[in-house]
Design a binder for this molecule. Structure first.
Ligand code: RET
Length: 244
């Protein structure tokens, strides 16, 4: 029976990566908090949102580095399969931070609130179906939920490159140009997450240590680096929620 097999788990290397990302996220959180307090009231929301994105990630990495937020799951249905480490803490982090990242981008674009809500709903559907796929014991269940998650993801990306883009260009050519670059970066980096899922949590092709490293690199690019770029590059007219 699977529970008698030696579980497939991360080592000291994985542990070190988790602590490293905790310190990176915590350091950026301090910087974003300071910038949010320095920003004038009209421009503060984007800074505060970015602060919460890295603060939540710091908490999530602190949890994982100190040994909580994980469980064991068996990949595939064979009786000879050993259980493997699965960090559900990531999905709690993503359920909170991916909507905030999208919100940050829609602040730049000036997207109507109704469209922001639809984006957030699709994004939550993506994360929740993703975690169910991650722990699902059957192949049909796992890849079925993976597919649901990918459909929601595709919808999110489509909204960003169609109506998000149009709204950004309505705001100003400068905002539109920046939106083009920064939404392209988002599309590229976010698309690596389902790839990581398939290689790690879905099939177990990468070791738990390499899984931690893969997500560590993606998380640092998708949160503090992308967020700092957005904050530094956004022109004045890109900082307000709705056109005034
Ligand atoms: C999952 C499950 C498999 C299918 C898809 C997924 C998409 C995940 C994404 C995550 C983005 C995370 C970010 C974190 C920031 O640090 C849930 C892996 C499509 C897009 C940006």
């Amino acid at each position: 029976p699977p529970h008698l097999k030696h579980p497939i788990e991360s080592t000291q290397w994985g542990h070190t990566y988790l602590w490293a990302v905790f310190f990176i996220m915590a350091g950026f959180s301090v910087l974003f908090f300071i910038s949010s307090q320095r920003a004038s009231y009209r421009y503060r929301l984007m800074h505060t949102t970015t602060f919460f994105i890295t603060a939540i990630a710091a908490a999530s990495y602190f949890a994982m580095a100190t040994g909580v937020g994980k469980t064991l799951t068996t990949i595939g249905e064979g009786h000879h399969n050993a259980p493997r480490e699965f960090f559900f803490a990531r999905y709690i982090d993503w359920a909170l931070t991916t909507p905030l990242l999208l919100f940050d981008l829609t602040l730049l674009a000036g997207l109507p609130v109704a469209e922001i809500i639809v984006l957030v709903l699709a994004d939550e559907f993506m994360i929740v179906t993703g975690v169910i796929g991650g722990v699902h014991p059957t192949n049909v269940g796992k890849w079925g939920f993976f597919t649901f998650s990918c459909v929601a993801f595709a919808w999110v990306l489509l909204q960003l490159v169609t109506s998000g883009r149009q709204t950004a260009f309505l705001r100003s050519p400068k905002v539109g140009g920046l939106y083009n670059q920064i939404s392209l970066a988002l599309v590229v980096v976010w698309t690596a997450y389902p790839v990581a899922f398939a290689l790690c949590e879905g099939t177990g092709k990468l070791s738990p240590d390499n899984e931690i490293l893969f997500f560590a690199i993606l998380d640092v690019i998708a949160k503090p680096i992308w967020g700092a770029w957005l904050l530094l590059a956004t022109p004045d007219e890109g900082h307000v929620l709705v056109p005034e």
